[in-house]
Design a protein around this ligand. Structure first.
Ligand code: NAD
Length: 637
């Protein structure tokens, strides 16, 4: 297609808009071509990042190509426009949640549909000529393409001002408003792009960035906040009309050109978005409620007629007196029910094998976040929102990502021997079980040989962390594999550390848990000794938790009942983290130490003690901190 160039250059997936004669306005075909490229590059290990740019000096992209919409809408065909917007919003959403860096270079005009592709990536670059705006109210739409999310997040009431006036932001103002990230003088852009292509490394952007002087909009924030504080369009107009300043006069003039119904709905959308449930999905859903009705019930067709068909610039808006009844706003923003925007299919297709205590809530969290998850467990267990596959192979076939959460390395090797041949080339295998380093590396080798990406990503945080989506992931594997997995870690957890190559995640997990096993034993034996020395446990805690004896075992998971924060000790040592799981992890650390000839005497002793506790005493089924009552009962003999 000559309107757009899509290619891989070096490490970069490259997209160049090349319709400079039309200010790079986006056609439907361009939109679909970009989406197809992003889908392919998502799991292509040759692509480290995406770089968007555009030909010509005047515009990155001035908006969507709306002539076709007018032609169909005036024939009474509203379905074409509805499909166009739904497909465009799906692309905007994909860019917003893309697992690899997306860099865009925004010279000249970036407006409307241009914001939708240029301003949702991870690294948005502006320069001297940049002018960014959401002017949709001028053609009878509302700020859309996910722009309402940025407007709702902009400082104070800047969102209402930008959305209703369509005011243009220069580069500095765009950064201030949250539509851009870095300002780089445009003369440096070609070299910067060449560097990104060669290295795939976005850190060059910060190195090239300069801090621009505050823009004119930022300097007017006092006026903006004061006048746009109202709940409705009427409130805003009332305060502006009572003010005879230049700002109020210019603002009223700009708003006087736009559709009153659109402006009233734009303000309402921002009010509905702000608050705890603010999300890109909600923003697009509300925008689509309006745009899906805009041809039939809104001012959209009249707006285009006046702007680009008859070019008389005298649109005959509904509610031209600016008195827009609440009922008209509600009608435009009512839920669309079965016609509602469906972003489904934008998420990844995920297979999840092992739906036990940990796996089931992790899979449910992925499904709740909009991914299409298919699960399998030999025990027949299921998880909320997760489709059930008849076997492991079926849960892995054609998936973008397959996650395993299994009891041990032997089972993991059995399962991966079945699923790896069924997975499609370029897909990613993420193992979250705690297993031996050797099994993790063997599975990764097998996956690489089959053309897959692989990450070992054991977790910390227990069943509570799995249910609450607050796990910590320690990951091993290539940077590409980690980048693909990271958005999923963000859903299932609150922190993910890329520890190194294959096996590094498991190595970090067993080293961490070796420290944990040894410090828990040391903490328990210190409390038992303190008891025999007649020291009060609370005093012991007060000293050790704030002295060099402090550790996670002492401070966060104190093994003494009634002392320190709530822990399994306060619940008769019900696990928490079972002693036999600690025994398994200490076994893994000693197995690894053996393999690489590392001297780990404390780890070895901790293993002996937990083995005796679990296998010969009453430790099985108790929390690993129940070592304290064990020591209490014993003497030195
Ligand atoms: P679990 O026993 O509850 O779950 C494991 C699941 O795997 C079971 O449902 C089992 O039926 C299934 N399974 C076994 N063989 C299978 C096969 N061949 N195909 C498909 N499914 C199979 O264990 P969990 O507590 O969920 O732990 C899972 C992993 O996470 C373990 O490696 C564990 O060490 C680790 N881990 C657990 C915790 C925790 O607090 N429970 C914390 C961190 C890490």
């Amino acid at each position: 297609m000559s309107d757009i160039s899509i290619r891989i250059t070096g490490r970069a997936g490259r997209i160049t808009l090349q319709r400079p004669q039309a200010l790079n306005a986006m056609t439907y075909e361009m939109c679909l071509a970009i989406e197809a490229a992003l889908d392919t590059w998502r799991t292509n290990p040759a692509v480290d990042l995406i770089v968007f740019d555009a030909e010509g000096e005047r515009a990155f992209c001035s908006g969507g190509d709306i002539a076709e919409l007018y032609a169909t809408g005036t024939q009474g065909d509203y379905a074409y426009g509805q499909k166009f917007w739904a497909d465009e919003y799906r692309l905007n959403h994909k860019i917003f949640q893309y697992p690899k860096p997306v860099v865009s270079f925004l010279q000249g005009f970036t407006m409307g549909g241009g914001v939708g592709i240029g301003c949702h990536g991870s690294h948005r670059v502006v320069g001297e000529s940049s002018q960014i705006a959401m002017p949709e109210c001028g053609i009878g739409l509302v700020p859309d393409v996910g722009g309402s999310l940025m407007l709702a997040l902009a400082p104070d009431r800047l969102g209402e001002y930008l959305g209703t006036t369509g005011a243009r932001m220069n580069g500095s103002d765009a950064i201030f408003a949250g539509f851009a990230d870095v300002y780089v003088p445009e003369a440096g852009w070609p070299d910067l792009i060449a560097g990104l292509e060669t290295t795939g490394d976005v850190s060059a952007l910060d190195a090239a960035a300069i801090t621009p002087a505050p823009g004119p909009i930022q300097n007017r924030m006092g006026d903006i906040d004061r006048h746009f504080h109202g709940r409705t369009l009427g409130d805003v107009l009332t305060t502006l009309r009572q003010d005879d300043s230049d700002f109020a006069r210019d603002t009223l003039k700009a708003m006087g050109r736009n559709s009153p119904l659109s402006m009233a709905c734009a303000i309402e959308i921002l009010h509905r978005l702000r608050g705890p449930s603010l999300s890109m999905e909600k923003a697009l859903d509300l925008e689509y409620r309006f745009t899906a009705r805009a041809m039939e019930h809104g001012d959209f067709l009249e707006g285009i007629r006046a702007a680009i068909i008859d070019k008389d610039r005298s649109p005959k808006w509904q509610f031209a007196d600016m008195l827009v009844p609440t009922s008209a706003v509600s009608k435009m923003l009512m839920p669309l029910k079965e016609m509602a925007l469906k972003l489904g299919g934008t998420g990844m297709k995920i297979g999840f094998i092992g739906l036990g205590n940990m796996g089931a809530p992790m899979a449910a969290n992925l499904a709740a976040a909009g991914h299409s998850v298919t699960g399998f467990d030999v025990a027949g267990t299921t998880a909320k929102g997760v489709a059930q596959a008849p076997d492991a192979e079926a849960a892995a076939r054609d998936m973008d990502v397959v996650i395993t959460m299994l009891p041990n390395g032997t089972i993991l090797r059995d399962v991966t021997a079945t699923i790896i041949p069924a997975m499609r080339s370029g897909a990613t295998l993420i193992d979250c079980s705690t297993v031996d380093v050797e099994s993790a590396r063997a599975v990764a080798e097998q996956a690489y040989a089959a053309g897959l990406l692989a990450v070992d990503a054991p977790v910390s945080g227990g069943i509570g962390g799995a249910a609450g989506g607050t796990l910590t992931f320690m990951a091993g594997g290539s940077a590409d594999a980690f980048a693909t997995a990271e958005p999923l870690f963000d859903i299932m957890g609150q922190k993910a550390v890329h520890c190194g190559d294959a096996g590094a995640g498991q190595a970090a997990k067993i080293c961490n848990n070796m420290i944990l096993g040894a410090t828990m034993i040391a903490t328990c034996e210190a409390f038992a000794l303190a008891d025999k020395l007649g020291l009060d446990r609370q005093k012991m805690f007060d000293v050790a938790s704030t002295s060099s004896g402090n550790s996670w075992s002492m401070n966060a998971y104190c093994p003494a009942p009634g002392v320190g924060p709530q822990s399994p000790a306060d619940n008769d040592y019900q696990p928490g983290f079972a002693a036999e799981l600690m025994l398994k992890d200490l076994g893994l650390s000693q197995q690894a130490a053996e393999a690489v000839d590392a001297d780990t005497p404390m780890g070895a002793r901790a293993l002996e003690l937990y083995r005796a506790f679990v296998e010969d005493e009453d430790g099985r089924g108790r929390d690993f901190s129940a070592m304290l009552p064990r020591f209490e009962r014993r003497g030195r003999g």
